[in-house]
Design a protein around this ligand. Structure first.
Ligand SMILES: [Zn+2]
Length: 189
């Protein structure tokens, strides 16, 4: 309890860079020392920022740090009511080791691209490798929505946003239109 209060007092919500900022288009650098207190602090600040923004994922370039660090934090909320629940996870120097050929289209939004949702094709299942915040190398199999979040955040490290992945402008909708349609199509994420 005291820890969470202290965390709230001393962790600040970071500014999320918006589409058009050239930093969102840069390739991120690998992190060499996970134990560096500056990196640990950055992870805490990103976790805090993501929680406050009600997002399910965040990549360091989105807060103006060109580093290979992403947070995946799938949970059901207003933005994504059908998202599975998981412990927020920091992934350092992540990469996709392998993926199924099969892709599926699903709705995505982005904290750096407000008011827009897009239908984005992603691999259904991927095997990923990353270093966790304790410095341990991890290999995980991800599928469905969590695999989608990973691919979305990984793209940020490559200087890409989800708009680059939609197959047609017809697959882009305003957020208000998305929510209106979503009520009649509860399978959408
Ligand atoms: Zn994004």
């Amino acid at each position: 309890m005291i820890n969470s209060v202290m965390n709230k007092l001393f962790t600040k919500k970071l500014t999320i860079y918006q589409l058009g900022n050239p930093q969102l288009r840069e390739k991120a650098e690998p992190i060499t020392n996970v134990q560096d207190p500056k990196i640990q602090k950055l992870i805490d600040e990103m976790l805090f920022t993501l929680r406050e923004s009600r997002g399910v994922g965040l990549a360091a370039p989105q807060i103006g740090r060109s580093l290979q660090l992403i947070i995946i934090a799938s949970h059901p909320n207003n933005r994504y009511p059908h998202a599975p629940l998981m412990e927020p996870t920091a992934m350092i120097n992540p990469r996709i080791v392998s993926h199924t050929e099969e892709t599926e289209k699903g709705w995505e939004g982005c904290l750096s691209v407000p008011m827009i949702r897009g239908l984005v094709p992603r691999y259904r299942q991927i095997t990923v490798e990353y270093c966790d915040r304790q410095g341990n190398q991890q290999v995980k199999e991800l599928d469905g929505f969590v695999a989608r979040i990973f691919q979305h955040e990984y793209d940020h490290l490559e200087g890409k946003v989800f708009l680059d992945r939609v197959e047609s402008n017809l697959d882009l909708v305003s957020e208000s239109e998305y929510y209106r349609n979503n009520q009649t199509n509860p399978k959408d994420i």
